[in-house]
Design a binder for this molecule. Structure first.
Ligand code: TYD
Length: 246
């Protein structure tokens, strides 16, 4: 839990996975369920979610003729991420909401790191610059075998990564995600994405519910101790001071 001494009150959940894992559908379903249960949710995606992020998304995913090298990809994904954190994620967390993000920093480690061979330590430094210490409270990795995932991606938006990159790249990405999950079992839950959408939805919910309940409990304790300022009294700091605190 990242309550930051009672200052930050929201819950940050990310969905990750290789191509065709069904994250976006699951993000929407989870938000609908949590909203129906009375929680305030924000759903967003990477790259994108802000005007700058959507412009960068066009370059990153569709401008094949620009041929960005992997280091340029890593910088651009992190540029979009920095903007998304500052404009959307941190403000929502300050308001005490649940933020559900379709891909986040682990995607850069998996795609540009494990997939494209950029050094993980350098990528982690970029991540630090882009988002500070902001870490998801829960990351659900929806895992699917590469061939299955790529085959599912008919229709919708076809990206540079699906069009141009070979299957071996996507295998490294998948293995990368699994390695990241194995290294941080407290944050990650791995869900088998080969099940039906309904079964995957139930598994995502099973992962989220106990953590949200623990988070509610922690907030209640902090509030009883007086370490959490009632939301009506909190004004969001300007972005500069927010960054300094992280
Ligand atoms: P998108 O259409 O959003 O695909 P998906 O539904 O699989 O999320 O395209 C995002 C693509 O960008 C996807 O191929 C993964 C890639 N990507 C990276 O390579 N690095 C990153 O840091 C992020 C966020 C995405």
């Amino acid at each position: 839990m990242h309550l930051d001494g009672g200052r930050r009150r929201g819950f940050f959940l990310t969905l990750e996975g290789p191509e065709g894992s069904g994250k976006s559908t699951q993000a929407r379903r989870l938000a609908a369920t949590l909203t129906a249960a009375g929680r305030r949710c924000v759903v967003t995606r990477e790259p994108g979610g802000t005007a700058l992020g959507e412009a960068v998304r066009q370059i990153l995913l569709h401008s094949v003729e620009l041929s960005p090298v992997p280091a340029a990809d890593a910088l651009l994904f992190n540029a979009a991420r920095a903007q998304l954190v500052a404009e959307v994620i941190e403000p929502a967390l300050w308001r005490g909401e649940v933020v559900i993000c379709d891909r986040f920093a682990d995607s850069t480690l998996a795609y540009q790191g494990y997939g494209a061979g950029q050094p993980l330590e350098a990528l982690r430094s970029l991540q630090q610059l882009a988002v500070g210490d902001l870490t998801p409270d829960l990351t659900v990795l929806i895992d699917v075998p590469v061939e299955e995932g790529l085959a599912r991606k008919d229709g919708g938006e076809t990206t540079r990564f699906e069009e141009r990159v070979e299957v071996a790249f996507h295998r490294r990405v998948r293995e990368g995600f699994l390695a990241l999950a194995a290294a941080d079992p407290a944050r990650f839950v791995v869900v088998d994405g080969l099940h039906t959408l309904d079964l995957v939805e139930a598994a995502v919910l099973r992962a989220a519910e106990p953590r949200l309940a623990a988070w509610d409990e922690l907030r209640a304790v902090e509030s009883r101790r007086g370490t959490t300022v009632p939301s009506a009294l909190v004004s969001e700091p300007d972005r500069g001071s927010l960054r300094m605190k992280r």
